[in-house]
Design a protein around this ligand. Structure first.
Ligand SMILES: Cc1ncc(COP(=O)(O)O)c(C=O)c1O
Length: 342
């Protein structure tokens, strides 16, 4: 038996004609840079996520980086986030010169524990970045409430969560900006890298449009320093074709998760908790089990694809050693200097 962790070829074969036609159209036009395909896809994603605007960029990592830049997060600012996520979340914070401040997760959902956020706010806090991990939204009401009381922005890392819903609101539509990834393994995955920032703010979206092309207003006129981070027209064409199938695919994942949940009940396997108010899109189905390494070895030996997400939490990554975190100390961190906003 051989069950791969993800079988993109199988998916491709079900939509081959649509995809090949979409790619051929772009190749025939030779219009690879932004243009109508990207603009139309941005509109589709804004509608899908329930935001006014969406701006296509080169990756989910860049979506976070550019969203932080557009919101004015920079040197020595603090961004509160979770240590249990893909590296890009905190990597992007550091790349804008800001400092990631980690708060622990709720181990049942793997998402940021909102009850810990307020104590982490200081006079330097500029943003809170919850991650909708594995396709389930963080508990946004309390995060948004704390953020608004302290006058800080919420940036949603929705890289794994396109189409996920929190109390009827779509991932990426609740904060000042939402960051999506179209990395191939995502529920809506491109044929290469891609990302998008969703926002209700025209000002933020216009800034992003400029920042993704080296901070230009018109060709060769630069009012600020951005970067080269456009969504390719080829990716937009592929993703537009795939978007038509996204809800059916995500519902299929959810049905598979229901099956796993029922089979794991009463076993030593702890299944992920799905909050009843959430639409979980199950980018991953992550279990917890005491004999983890033995189970991984057993599944691999049986030809069943599986992987460890994530072996080292971000506060313990080598590159973040200067931040001074130690193993297991997040919940016991002493309270920090008080917030000057209140
Ligand atoms: C939670 C999270 N944030 C950010 C990213 C970065 O996205 P990308 O790989 O498209 O740069 C990813 C991608 O894996 C992710 O899972």
């Amino acid at each position: 038996m051989n069950v791969p962790l993800l079988d993109l070829k199988r998916q491709y074969l079900t939509i081959k004609a649509e995809i090949n036609e979409a790619i051929a159209e772009v190749v025939e036009s030779q219009g690879f840079k932004l243009g109508p395909k990207v603009a139309a896809f941005e509109k589709l994603i804004a509608d899908y996520c329930g935001t006014k605007r969406a701006v296509g960029v080169a990756s989910g990592t860049d979506a976070i980086l550019l969203a932080l830049m557009a919101l004015g997060v920079g040197r020595d600012d603090e961004v509160i986030t979770t240590p249990y996520t893909f590296f890009a979340t905190a990597g992007a914070v550091t790349r804008v010169g800001a400092v990631p401040v980690f708060v622990d997760i709720d181990p049942a959902t793997y998402n940021m524990d909102p009850s810990l956020v307020e104590a982490a706010i200081t006079g330097k806090t500029r943003a809170i970045m919850p991650v909708h991990l594995y396709g389930q939204c963080a508990d946004m009401d309390s995060i948004l409430e704390v953020a608004s009381r302290h006058g800080v922005a919420v940036v949603e890392d929705a890289a794994q969560a396109i189409g996920a819903e929190y109390k009827g609101r779509r991932a990426g539509s609740m904060g000042a900006a939402g960051c999506l990834s179209f990395f191939p393994s995502k529920n809506l995955g491109g044929y290469g890298d891609g990302g998008m920032v969703t926002t209700d703010s025209d000002e933020t979206a216009d800034l992003l449009v400029s920042l993704r092309e080296h901070g230009q207003t018109e060709a060769y006129h630069h009012w600020t320093i951005g970067t080269n981070s456009r969504l390719d027209a080829l990716q937009a064409a592929v993703l537009t074709a795939k978007l038509r199938h996204l809800d059916a695919w995500s519902d299929g994942r959810s049905a598979n998760a229901d099956y796993y949940d029922s089979r794991f009940a009463g076993t030593p396997v702890t299944a992920p908790r799905r909050e009843e108010w959430n639409r979980h899109i199950y980018n991953q189905y992550i279990i917890r089990v005491d004999e983890r390494d033995a189970l991984l070895a057993h599944l691999k030996a049986s030809g069943i694809g599986c992987a460890l997400y994530y072996p080292v939490p971000l506060h313990l990554q080598e590159c973040f050693k200067p931040l001074g975190y130690g193993k297991g100390d997040l919940r016991s961190r002493p309270s920090r200097s008080p917030c000057s906003h209140c």
